[in-house]
Design a protein around this ligand. Structure first.
Ligand code: ARG
Length: 463
């Protein structure tokens, strides 16, 4: 079959070349953007006098009917068409004849693919951001209910100080906010129109790129033709933003896996989002967070893949860049479903505050509060207070209780210090609420942080 570019060729291409060279199997994903770009390009050709109105109209109608066919799954994507750009262009020529042959004036597949792919990336940048907001909303709904639910806060995965569960969830949310902002920054940086730069050096037709940028919703046209057809920074930004997001999701997932184990039993994941074992009938496995953790590895790979494709390319367009798409499509789809399912898992999980509290009473989490009390009430130097507290901890250990369970009298026996009100001070909840500095875990500060994030989300949703 004759190729759209076949004029200078005397021999048919080998079928091996056709399948090796073709991107149609995956870049059909871009069809909607390709058609949108072609419509605007046709409008521009009309405005600079390349197309007559009747030709313009038949092109627009032709593109529209191709779009309908693709939507209804009635369009045949053929390997011989090579890529989505030529598939649509040759279908258009079949449909409307001569006028269709004029569409590729003042345009190259190099700027066409740069446009389509960028539109895809920006479109999903928006979609992913909306999903991040939904996930944050869900997390904050849970957090709101648990600003008083004591759990052990950890460092080095060891019990450290009492916190509340809401506060822990807010910590997740703050990293999601940064992720959102990272996507926004990339969006702003890349929101420029590639179309109209031709193959690499501009065109002799005086393409009205400003008009096309405006029509397609870009901020402005890109600056330099060569850079435009050759760079894939917008796709790398996307892959990096996704990698950061999924790195965070992987960390949350690790905690969900731990928390749902018998050793913690802080939560249980709903049956709807758990799986069984084929051999051990008693098992309920947290496959969703495990997969989320695993999928982060996969999207990091996609980022490394495209960086490696790009690193040795001379200006301008090189066919290597055809390898830019599959990893991005894969990362985008992985992200969309990951955000969705994590939200469902969190909304439906069961939480066990009594187990969290039980664990918060292991490990003398309020020891620092005793030392602080000695500094404050007895004007002891902190080092001395630290030492005395150590002795109290040793006593509690020997007795087999937590420091929060000792009485004022027992503490007097060990320290010879009359510490009025110490029982209250060593209480786990008092300790949590004592951490009331800006950004701290106290219920009051946690609620403040939740409100702050909620206001920010509302602003983003309505802005
Ligand atoms: N399928 C190609 C890609 O994805 C489109 C651009 C091809 N341009 C060219 N001059 N061969 O990169």
């Amino acid at each position: 079959m004759a190729k759209l570019w076949g004029g200078r060729f005397t021999q048919d291409s080998s079928s091996l070349l056709d399948s090796f060279n073709a991107s149609i199997a995956f870049d059909q994903e871009l069809w909607e953007y390709d058609i949108a770009g072609s419509k605007v390009h046709a409008k521009m050709l009309l405005s600079i006098g390349v197309l007559k109105r009747s030709e313009y109209e038949s092109i627009i109608n032709g593109l529209q009917s191709i779009a309908e066919r693709i939507k209804k799954d009635e369009f045949e994507f053929k390997i011989v068409d090579e890529d989505i750009h030529m598939a649509i262009e040759s279908a258009l020529i079949d449909l409307v004849g001569e006028a269709g042959k004029k569409l590729h004036t003042a345009r190259s597949r190099n700027d066409q693919v740069a446009l389509d792919f960028r539109m895809y990336v920006l479109d999903y940048n928006r979609k992913i951001r909306l999903k991040i907001l939904d996930l944050m909303d869900t997390i904050l709904e849970v957090a709101k209910e648990h600003t008083d639910t004591i759990m052990p806060g950890m460092t080095h995965l060891q019990h450290a100080q009492p916190i509340n569960f809401g506060f822990h969830l807010v910590a997740w949310c703050v990293s999601l906010k940064r992720d959102y902002q990272r996507f926004s920054d990339s969006f702003e940086r890349n929101n420029f129109l590639p179309l109209g730069v031709g193959a690499l050096a501009g065109t002799p037709y005086g393409n009205d790129r400003e008009m096309m940028a405006k029509d397609l919703g870009f901020k402005a046209p890109t600056l330099n033709a060569m850079d435009t057809v050759s760079e894939r920074d917008f796709a790398l930004d996307m892959l990096y933003d996704i990698s950061m997001l999924l790195m965070h999701i992987s960390r949350f997932s690790e905690e969900l896996v731990l928390w749902s184990s018998y050793e913690f039993k802080f939560i249980s994941i709903s049956d709807a989002y758990s799986t069984g074992s084929s051999i051990m009938p008693q098992k309920k496995n947290p496959d969703v967070p495990e997969l989320l953790r695993g999928k982060s590895g996969r999207v990091f790979g996609n980022l490394m893949g495209l960086l490696s494709v790009m690193k040795g390319l001379p200006l301008a367009y090189n066919k290597d860049t055809q390898e830019d798409k599959e990893g991005v499509f894969d990362s985008v789809k992985t992200t969309m479903i990951s955000l969705e399912i994590l939200k469902e898992v969190l909304a439906s999980m069961r939480i066990y505050p009594e187990n969290m509290l039980k664990m918060a009473k292991i490990g003398h989490l309020t020891a620092t509060d005793l030392a602080d009390f000695l500094v404050r009430e007895k004007q002891l130097p902190f080092r001395e207070a630290h030492h005395i507290t150590g002795e109290v901890v040793a006593f509690a250990e020997k007795k087999g209780v937590d420091i929060s369970e000792l009485s004022e009298d027992e503490i007097f026996q060990i320290t010879s210090l009359k510490l009025v009100g110490i029982e209250k001070i060593l209480d786990i909840k008092t300790s949590m609420n004592a951490r009331d500095s800006l950004g701290g875990t106290s219920t009051r500060r946690t609620k403040e942080q939740i409100d702050d994030l909620k206001n920010w989300i509302d602003e983003k949703k309505n802005g």
